[in-house]
Design a protein around this ligand. Sequence first.
Ligand code: UT7
Length: 348
Amino acid sequence: MFNSKVAGIGHYVPNNVYTNDDLTRFMDTSDEWITERTGIKERRYADRLTETTTTMAIEASKIAIQQAGTTAQEIDFIVFATLSPDYYFPGCGVLLQREMGMNEIGALDIRNQCSGFIYALSVADQFIKTGMYKNILVVGSEKHSFALDYSTRGRGVSVIFGDGAGAVVLQPSTDPKKGILSTHLHSDGAEAEKLAMYYPGSSAGLWLDEKPEWPEQELGGMLMTPEMLENGTAFPYMDGQAVFKKAVVKFPEVIQEALTKNNLTTQDINLLIPHQANLRISQFIQKTLKLSDQQVFNNIQKYGNTTAASVPIALSEAFLEGKIKEGNLVCLAAFGAGFTWGSTLIRW
Ligand code: UT7
């Protein structure tokens, strides 16, 4: 059995900066409301026509691959986490494989939203541990901006999210005490509809209280109706308060689970990188676990919530800022739609 180490990290964020004030041009909101409730000051939006979830992932991956001292051709497996793929299908993994000129390696897409990167890392870790692969590219990338409701109707959701990508290369560690110590994954579908994009989908609204009108016909039908675009049900839905309440319980729980598994305590954590959902959530976690400011990394102020990309972007920035040193204990944790949540501890 091998341990997996993070051999390279990279991130990419689009050039277009949208401040809170910029959003007031589209909807009834304010810098004061967004800052107070979320901590976000600005976010990045991908170019509408030339940047996609895959193109951003490629930029982040190039950096991670170079830093790992390897090449795209030596990558032997791809795990790609996103909720905003270029196509409904196929997933972004194969597009990345094609555009980076990689060999005919396996490309796995992960659909676990905010905790997607932790799930992706966990899967990659198992493949490294068994010796099956030696160079795995793990990506989290999102282009939220193409599918948000930028009218006042959608302000409770749209002000939070931003675009960007992060990637790491996992390789076997020669030092058994270093690398990913453990990963912990959870789900509870009881509140799946509290944070979701229902359409396009095959449910025909089966699980929803308010079912849409579908065209009368014997077979087939439509994945989405024009009415959905008009009444806003085609956009992502979030019961923000329900998500918030669950997040502040599950984050500390899953971090503690990882520590207990490894006979460590909160004081042993050098850097906690929580999924950047909302600065208030990060502050709750910090307070509950009694962590110092130096022990918790946040960059949501600059990028908003980038879902599957938030953890690798933050990891990459923290690394570039010299906040992660050899021998440090780094904890990554995430919670989001599903609900799904997870954590990992990495000895750097
Ligand atoms: O990463 C995936 C997981 N997602 C999360 O973790 C998100 C968790 N939830 C949250 O972060 C918060 O619930 C939000 C930031 C989304 C919302 O904050 P809130 O304090 O829960 O606000 P609310 O939805 O209860 O809305 C309060 C008021 C409402 O007005 P009324 O009904 O009290 O008159 C909203 O219409 O604030 C209004 N509002 C806004 N006002 C200005 C909602 N969005 C906005 C806005 N600007 N952008």
